[in-house]
Design a protein around this ligand. Structure first.
Ligand SMILES: NC(=O)c1ccc[n+]([C@@H]2O[C@H](COP(=O)([O-])OP(=O)(O)OC[C@H]3O[C@@H](n4cnc5c(N)ncnc54)[C@H](O)[C@@H]3O)[C@@H](O)[C@H]2O)c1
Length: 278
């Protein structure tokens, strides 16, 4: 239980995929603003240290598992009797275990740039889709789309009767701009924008706001995996760098707070100017 006042004083907030990266920093900033964060991720041990630091619950929660999602939200209802904020943050790029694809993507980007600068047609092509299995495709859609839907449905069982709540979905600039070699990720993130707007309209009469954050390129384990692409990404970003986790955490605080009381169905995109119209 927190004792200090803040922009989220007294709120209970569940964050998925919160053991590290953006989810962990969102949990920290929520806590600093007076909320009680509930830290969830694939394993409880991964959540425990942060939950102990912030004084909230820690739950193992694989968001692709509908029955497990139901169970965890039932525990939240039993323990707290309320849920004010849900952040659907859990995500995978689909490239975590495919470093050879990342290197290949870099080599092809460089070769195509050299071809163009030499006035030649492209001599090489990504073809990542041809090497993407059914399983690769379904895994990425499951974490982002099934996960966001399952968690939102269970959160609504608690928030709906209270006639109050804020849901924040993590999309990406990839959901609108597209990205070569990341078809499942781009489709999933675009789908999250659709879910955000559908749920914003469906839940508005119950006083529940639903918004998305579409981060640009942010320094986390997900983008560490991009290795040689990182300097290229920084160079393509008008601000000349990748973002830090607070660039997203503060956006989440705003959308969760009363400051955003007239904001629903929107996309907020901290991205250093990489994409200028979400
Ligand atoms: N880092 C970026 O540049 C960036 C950009 C745009 C969007 N995003 C999105 O932000 C969110 C957080 O990304 P991040 O950069 O912090 O990544 P990250 O890899 O550091 O953290 C993601 C977390 O999600 C967890 N997770 C993965 N699968 C899960 C599942 N099935 N159930 C529950 N948890 C699961 C992981 O264990 C991990 O702790 C993701 O949705 C990501 O797509 C990130």
């Amino acid at each position: 239980m927190t004792t200090h006042e803040g922009r989220l004083a007294g709120k209970v907030a569940l964050i998925t995929g919160a053991a590290r990266g953006l989810g962990a920093q969102i949990a920290r900033r929520f806590h600093d603003e007076g909320a009680t964060p509930i830290i969830t991720d694939l394993s409880e041990s991964a959540c425990r240290e942060l939950a102990d630091e912030l004084g909230g619950d820690a739950f193992a929660l694989d968001v692709t598992q509908s029955a497990a999602v139901t169970e965890v939200f039932a525990k939240v209802a039993a323990n707290h009797g309320r849920l004010d904020i849900l952040v659907n943050n859990a995500g995978i790029s689909g490239m975590e275990d495919r470093p050879e694809e990342v290197q290949r993507g870099y080599d092809i980007a460089m070769a195509q740039m050299a071809d163009t600068m030499a006035g030649n047609p492209p001599s090489v092509h990504p073809d990542v889709t041809l090497r993407t299995t059914d399983q690769d495709w379904h895994r990425v859609l499951a974490v982002h789309l099934d996960g966001t839907f399952f968690c939102t449905r269970e959160a609504m069982r608690i928030m709906g009767p209270k006639r109050s709540g804020a849901i924040i979905n993590l999309s990406s600039i990839m959901g609108t701009s597209g990205g070569s070699g990341a078809s499942a990720y781009c489709a999933a993130k675009a789908g999250i924008l659709g879910l955000t707007r559908a749920h914003a309209r469906e839940f508005v009469s119950q006083g529940i706001r639903v918004n998305a954050i579409a981060p640009g390129w942010i320094e986390t384990a997900m983008t560490d995996a991009l290795g040689p692409m990182r300097p290229l990404i920084a160079a393509q970003t008008p601000m000349g760098r990748m973002g830090d986790t607070d660039d997203i955490a503060w956006a989440a605080v705003y959308l969760a707070s009363e400051e955003a009381k007239f904001v629903t169905g929107q996309v907020l995109s901290p991205n250093g100017g990489w994409y200028m119209s979400q």
